[in-house]
Design a protein around this ligand. Structure first.
Ligand code: FA5
Length: 354
């Protein structure tokens, strides 16, 4: 065949290949074109053997024409193979990503938490088991809720017990979590079981066991026939469970205008095991759980009849308890943003994570 015929033959082969490639969807069939078109006996490959039939001065050009056509066909085959592969990948990805509501959820790895948060979670878990609700209240409070509703009128010397940050708008940064006692009584009435973990603020000199910003957990239980033995039994259970060992408690009379009688429950210092250290100011004891029977005036202010109901309240020093649990000697570490003080998940204990 002359050169024109050769070019027409090659053009026809290329057109046939292009047409068949759009129809072929099986990878093996596409690969088969390597042999049937490009192979020695293939429609295009076999043309090479005819080169010798051309005049010597045309053979070079014939060879180049055939090889160029082989290159283009090879390229078409490769493009089709790549297309089939990406379609297969997409199909696999979409079936893998299909939503299956019956699969169990993914458990994400948990990060470390602040020691105060770790103990707060533990206390919430203990009290929720005892039927308490976890409540919260605002950190900026009215003077009424922080003092008056708790039987501390403006002229009462007890106002000096807690050095207060006053806000220019006449409100206070709450000095304790006790204002949420009043809020909860108003919100729920009696009977009532709440705990209130939260941050408190006092304008005081900072040392190893005093911060101007610290955490407490308020507790309030109001019902018929609540008495001091209930309160002491609950304190023992709470502190033993949080510390995960026997702790010694010391009960002393205490004065707080919102309870009558008032008690101070101290725990033997867990840093020095009661021997005396800077954290416990060499006393061997840590003031941890001031408490008492809710004063009738406080019940009345909260809309609860003191003739019908009694209750106990406590204000646990959460920050100090976290120090005792994790052996932190100086309270300042806890507000310093020091990542080394964080509690890794394995030290939280299983039940907290579940
Ligand atoms: C109160 O704040 C009372 N509202 C507690 C209360 C509630 C009594 C209900 C009776 C009934 P107190 O000022 O003692 O009490 O503080 C309670 C606890 O908070 C202390 O025992 C202590 O553990 C912790 N605490 C007090 N001041 C600081 C401080 N500056 N830094 C760290 N912890 C503190």
């Amino acid at each position: 065949m002359d050169l024109d015929q050769l070019n027409q033959t090659i053009a026809k082969i290329e057109a046939d290949v292009a047409a068949s490639l759009t129809d072929l969807t099986a990878v093996d069939a596409v690969r088969g074109l390597d042999t049937s078109v490009l192979g020695k006996k293939g429609t295009l490959g076999s043309l090479i053997s005819g080169i010798k039939d051309y005049p010597p001065d045309q053979r070079g050009q014939v060879g180049q024409t055939i090889n160029a056509a082989k290159g283009r066909v090879k390229e078409l085959i490769n493009q089709r193979l790549a297309g089939l592969q990406s379609a297969a990948d997409a199909a696999e990805a979409s079936s893998a990503g299909a939503y299956d509501p019956t699969l169990p959820g993914l458990r994400l790895p948990m990060g470390s938490v602040h020691p105060v948060t770790a103990v707060q979670w533990e206390i919430e878990r203990i009290f929720e088991r005892l039927g308490f609700t976890v409540e919260s209240g605002p950190e900026m409070e009215t003077e009424y809720n922080n003092f008056e509703a708790l039987n501390i009128p403006a002229t009462h010397p007890a106002r000096d017990m807690q050095d207060t940050f006053w806000v220019k708008n006449g409100m206070v940064l709450r000095t304790h979590t006790s204002p949420v006692q009043h809020r909860s009584m108003k919100k729920f009435g009696a009977p009532l079981r709440v705990i209130v973990p939260g941050r408190c603020f006092r304008y005081e000199t900072i040392d190893a066991s005093h911060e101007n910003t610290f955490h407490q957990v308020e507790g309030l239980m109001i019902d018929r026939d609540i008495s001091i033995p209930n309160l002491i039994a609950m304190s023992q259970t709470l502190l033993t469970e949080v510390m995960q060992r026997e702790v010694k408690l010391r009960v002393r009379p205490g004065f707080f205008p919102f309870v009558e009688p008032g008690l101070e429950i101290d725990m033997n210092c867990q840093i020095c095991d009661g021997k005396g250290c800077p954290t416990c100011k060499k006393s061997g004891w840590i003031e941890i759980l001031p408490c008492g029977m809710v004063h009738p005036n406080v019940l009345t202010a909260g809309g609860i009849d003191p003739e019908e109901y009694t209750g106990f309240a406590f204000g646990l020093g959460l920050t100090r308890l976290a120090m005792m649990k994790f052996g932190i000697r100086d309270i300042r570490v806890l507000n310093a943003g020091d990542l080394r003080a964080l509690v890794p998940p394995e030290r939280l204990g299983g039940p907290i994570l579940s």
